[in-house]
Every structure is written in C-alpha cells, then in structure tokens.
Design a protein around this ligand. Structure first.
Ligand code: HEC
Length: 155
C-alpha cells in the first residue's frame, strides 16, 4: 500500500497545484469555448478532489461518491475535443499549439480518460471496494497528468 499512498499524495499535490491558480482572475477575459473548457476542467478537478478525500481516508467510504464524481468526469472528458476548437486560443489560455498538431493523440487521451472514468463508475455501481477503486482512481488521474504534461503549457 505504500506505493499507492505515495501515488495518491502525488495526485493530491497535482490537484492542489491545479487549483492554486486564482481562478477568478485567471479566467477574467476568457470567453466562449475557452471559458467553457476552463469551467469543465475545474469541475473535473473538484470531482477528483472529492474522491481523493475518500481514498486518503479523510472521509468515510461511500460508493455514491465515486459514481457521482466519476460520472462528472465521464461527461466532461467526453466533451474535451469539442472544447478545443482550433484557432480560438486566447491570451490567458494555457492550451499548447501542440494540441492541434497532434490532434489524434490529444483525442485519444480524452477517450482514455473517459473510459477510465466509466470503469470507475461501473466498479462503484457493482459494489467495488475501496482498494480496487483506489487503484482505478490512480489510473484515471494518469490521463489528466499525461494530457497536461503534453498539451498544457505553463504560464
Ligand atoms: C486530453 C487532454 C486533457 C485531459 C484528459 C485533461 N485535461 Fe485538464 N487541461 C487540459 C488543457 C489543454 C488545459 C488548458 C486549457 C486552457 O487554458 O485553455 C487544461 C486545464 C486544466 C485546469 C485549469 C483550468 C483553469 O481554470 O484554467 C484544471 C483544473 C484541469 N485541467 C484539471 C483536469 C483534471 C482533474 C483532469 C482529469 C480528470 C483533466 N484536467 C484532464 C487538457 C486536459
């Protein structure tokens, strides 16, 4: 479990890092699809944080938490490609131009994220226990991480 614990700590750090952006000012001026995708991404971060509390043992286990928050990620990751319409980059956007150069790869990471979230929801619905759910949660977070590493440029 030590390894899993380390991984979870790393995920939580990633999530905290993501939200340390002062959200309101970071979004000021963002419009249209850019604003929409920032909102969708923030919702996914909130969903991951809610599940992280449980996998870290800071909140009691309740499978509904995984079905609900996993469901948010299923819905939003499904929309990711449609929220990155080419040519609409705005100043405050952290989207890398590489997205449009490697579009198929970008889409495939979105799909992978969605599939991993679907599996998580299904496991929770089928009465999965915390340990396998935790493993799946770690797997799911790999999609967020992989995409940000390749396609989100640091400002
Ligand atoms: C397929 C690629 C991809 C996946 C998968 C992905 N992201 Fe993102 N994410 C991005 C990109 C690109 C940006 C920068 C968008 C921009 O600034 O225009 C971003 C931005 C964000 C932001 C900052 C939003 C803001 O307020 O500006 C958060 C938070 C975030 N992602 C969380 C997540 C979480 C949590 C997951 C996994 C459940 C995830 N993302 C999955 C590509 C992805």
């Amino acid at each position: 479990m030590i390894n899993i614990a380390k991984k979870i700590t790393a995920i939580v750090m990633m999530l905290v890092g993501l939200s340390s952006v002062p959200t309101v000012s970071a979004h000021e001026g963002a419009t249209g699809v850019v604003k929409q995708r920032m909102g969708a991404m923030s919702d996914m971060a909130d969903a991951m944080k809610a599940m992280a509390l449980v996998v870290k043992g800071k909140q009691g286990f309740d499978s509904v938490l995984f079905t609900e928050n996993g469901g948010i990620i299923v819905g939003h990751s499904d929309m990711i490609p449609s929220l990155f319409t080419q040519g609409l980059e705005q100043d405050m956007s952290e989207a890398s131009p590489a997205i449009w150069q490697q579009w198929d790869d970008f889409v495939s990471i979105s799909i992978r994220t969605k599939t991993d979230a679907e599996d998580l929801v299904q496991m929770a619905q089928e009465g999965g226990e915390l340990r396998p759910l935790t493993k799946q949660f770690v797997k799911l977070s790999g999609g967020c991480k992989a995409c940000h590493k390749a396609y989100r440029k640091k400002k």
